[in-house]
Design a protein around this ligand. Structure first.
Ligand SMILES: C[S@@+](CC[C@H](N)C(=O)[O-])C[C@H]1O[C@@H](n2cnc3c(N)ncnc32)[C@H](O)[C@@H]1O
Length: 209
């Protein structure tokens, strides 16, 4: 928890309580339904919570923003970001039902009222969102194809609406067709070795009515 406060020192008491409670909720649920590997559960804050919050380092979502977390798995990056931005609404989607069972239990355990979950492939989700957030789900061309019709008209973020994707490694080949992309190195924000190669890819996308 100190790790979260090191990088986000202005959390409210409610946010601190929720981030603290996360660990025991995941530890308990992970014994019943394995959604996070053993090593990762021991390093939950570094590998999952802080990583998810990397998106909060590069953009501040305005109150009222709608976000879609595609392939949320055990709830990343959606749950940490829902704690960080309590005035935004988060829709967490995954094609595997048992993972969402854990997400639902964690959401209930934390009393998060700004999160809903849907068991579905994202291709079958309707609706418009200010941002699509995601980590480790598909190669960028496939991902863009899935979500390009789901971006809302930008009224709050000065044309930044679009995709925020957490990825590692060399992305030059995969992103060569997306000229408007900005890549943020998380090593510029976090000093832990884990973040040496980790990045946030921001791909603004135009609203399609
Ligand atoms: C490697 S896991 C990543 C989970 C989580 N985002 C994380 O970083 O911990 C990929 C997840 O994407 C989900 N997924 C893959 N394709 C999907 C699709 N078309 N629609 C919804 N979920 C999908 C899988 O079920 C899986 O839970």
């Amino acid at each position: 928890m100190n790790l979260i406060l090191k990088y986000f020192p202005n959390l409210t008491e409610d946010q601190i309580n929720k981030f603290e409670k996360l660990e025991s909720l995941y530890q308990d649920w992970n014994l019943k339904i394995n959604v996070v590997s053993r090593k990762d559960i021991d390093e939950l804050y570094i590998r999952h919570v802080l990583h998810s919050l990397g998106i909060a380092k590069v953009i501040e979502f305005k109150p009222g923003s709608k976000l879609l977390d595609v392939g949320t798995g055990g709830g990343f990056p959606g749950i940490p970001l829902a704690i960080m931005f309590p005035d935004c609404s988060f829709h967490l989607v995954d094609s595997i039902a048992k993972k969402l069972k854990v997400v639902d239990e964690v959401v209930a355990g934390l009393g998060l009222t700004n999160v809903k979950t849907t068991h579905s492939r994202v291709e079958n989700i309707d609706g418009k969102y200010d941002f699509i957030i995601s980590r480790a789900v598909a190669a960028m061309p496939t991902f863009v194809h899935w979500v390009k019709g789901k971006i809302a008209k930008d009224q709050k973020h000065e044309l930044k609406n679009g995709i925020l994707y957490l990825k590692g490694g060399d992305l030059s080949e995969e992103l060569k067709d997306y000229r408007t992309t900005t890549i943020y190195n998380l090593s510029d924000y976090y000093s832990e070795d884990f973040y040496e190669t980790k990045k946030v890819v921001h791909l603004p996308m135009k609203y399609k009515g």
